[in-house]
Design a protein around this ligand. Structure first.
Ligand code: CU
Length: 302
């Protein structure tokens, strides 16, 4: 696989320069592929749509005024168990989409919590349509490599906020790919540890660098799950975002960066990529190996 992959520099530039192409392909995309929205495809338990009315931090409960749940309960306001990450991200008045399940004691629990916000989904859609066309334009087996302009993206971070590549322009950006359930110590856990180390080294050297880890498992890795993961690694979230989003957008981004990701029954088989994007948005350095060191990237950042 690796030998087949090559970078091509013309695709991204050509599309960026031509708004006509973006428009044409945007229309075609609307016809050819249904936009996958946040949390779409989840089947566990029941779908719950509602608005957060209160956050009970002490009890770890979220009060939600939810719509009718067919075959289960009518619309009402009630409290649900949620994860610590979801509790921290919860904002009163926010509309959410979640899956309602029962925990081992039979208590009602909300998992797979996603913000349900038209503004957010429009923001994601606009950028990710561009990403989709950039990804589609890549011949099979090709990806963006060193010297290429890095692909666009709009995803949600571990706080549930929209993150786009534009937000990082003017500063170098470190990018990698992980998923929180990865149990292979030499893969994601090691990558995250090294990224965390590099974040500390960069801070100590007073280098203004941003970090983004893209999940390979958007179905499971919601903002709340990513928040818990980042905090478990002691990561400062101010300049280190763990991002997730619509499955189609994540898939396009992963493909554009030449990362292989195959869903298996209880894990994801995947390759690695650690990418340094310069302040102008071009890929300055890329490592495919797990043997990269924080020091080698620190050296380039200097
Ligand atoms: Cu992994």
């Amino acid at each position: 696989m690796k030998g087949k992959l090559k970078n091509i520099s013309w695709v991204n530039k050509r599309f960026k320069q031509s708004s006509v192409w973006v428009l044409v392909f945007g229309i075609l995309a609307g016809c050819s592929r249904k936009e996958e929205s946040l949390g779409e495809g989840d089947t566990e338990g029941h779908l719950l749509i509602g608005t957060i009315t209160a956050v009970d931090e002490a009890a770890g409960l979220l009060e939600v005024a939810h719509e009718d749940i067919p075959d289960l309960m009518p619309a009402m306001t009630m409290k649900f168990e949620v994860s610590a990450g979801d509790l921290k991200n919860a904002k009163v008045g926010q509309k959410i989409r979640a899956r309602l399940v029962r925990d081992e004691n039979g208590a009602f629990q909300l998992i797979k919590i996603w913000p349900l916000d038209e503004q957010v989904s429009n923001d994601l859609k606009r950028v990710n349509q561009r990403l989709q066309e950039q990804a589609k334009a890549l011949p099979s087996g090709y990806y963006y490599g060193e010297g290429d302009e890095s692909p666009d993206f709009a995803l949600l971070d571990q706080f549930g906020e929209v993150v786009t590549n534009d937000q990082f322009s003017g500063k170098p950006l470190m990018l990698n790919f992980i998923f929180t359930r990865c149990t292979d110590a030499n893969m994601c856990p090691l990558s995250t540890s090294k990224m965390a180390q590099l974040q500390k080294l960069a801070q100590a050297s007073e280098l203004d660098v941003n970090f983004v880890s893209i999940t390979l498992d958007p179905q499971y890795d919601t903002p709340g799950v990513l928040r818990q993961y980042a905090e478990a690694y002691g990561i400062d979230g101010s300049n280190f975002k763990f991002v997730t989003g619509p499955k189609s957008a994540v898939r396009d981004l992963v493909k554009s960066h030449g990362v292989t990701s195959i869903d298996k029954v209880d894990t994801i088989m995947h390759s690695l990529a650690t990418v340094l994007i310069d302040e102008d948005g071009a890929i300055a350095k890329r490592s495919d190996k797990s043997a990269w060191t924080p020091e080698e990237f620190l050296e380039i950042l200097r």
